[in-house]
Design a protein around this ligand. Structure first.
Ligand code: THU
Length: 137
């Protein structure tokens, strides 16, 4: 774990702001995310669905927005959820993020002031990345 830098806290503020737009009528657990990608910031929120499995996490929403804009050099992701302690990204989001940078900074917050900073490689060691697909011959 690392200590938050000023840019980390700035990115976290974008995630916290995004959380206001979370659509979470089923879980009532709101999450906002922000990724810093190719020098730009993209926000995402969790978007739930009456068909529960069609819901999407905030982190993947922000990631998809960055990639759709052509910004794939991702240095950091920030996440703020409704939990008391900082909200960690789920396993599926860790894997989705690792595709673009397995060691990006992950800054997380919750309802209190506590902020934690990890490397994605600490949260998802030995990620399955594209290099494995080249080892099939
Ligand atoms: N959720 C996220 O958006 N990100 C996470 O890292 C954890 C969980 C969402 C999914 C669902 O809409 C709600 O939080 C409760 O699981």
């Amino acid at each position: 774990m690392r200590s938050p830098s000023q840019p980390d806290l700035a990115l976290l503020a974008f995630a916290r702001e995004a959380k206001n737009n979370a659509y979470a009528p089923y879980s009532d657990f709101r999450v906002g995310a922000a990724v810093y990608a190719s020098g730009e910031i993209f926000q995402g929120v969790n978007v739930e669905n009456a068909a529960y499995g069609s819901s999407l996490c905030a982190e993947r929403g922000a990631l998809m927005a960055a990639v759709a804009a052509g910004c794939t050099q991702i240095d950091a992701v920030a996440v703020v959820g409704d939990s008391e302690s900082p909200t960690v990204p789920c396993g599926a989001c860790r894997q989705a993020l690792a595709e673009f940078n397995p060691s990006m900074r992950v800054i997380i917050g919750g309802r209190r002031d506590e902020v934690l900073v990890f490397g994605l490689d600490e949260l998802l060691p030995e990620a399955f990345v594209r290099g494995y697909l080249d080892q099939d011959d």
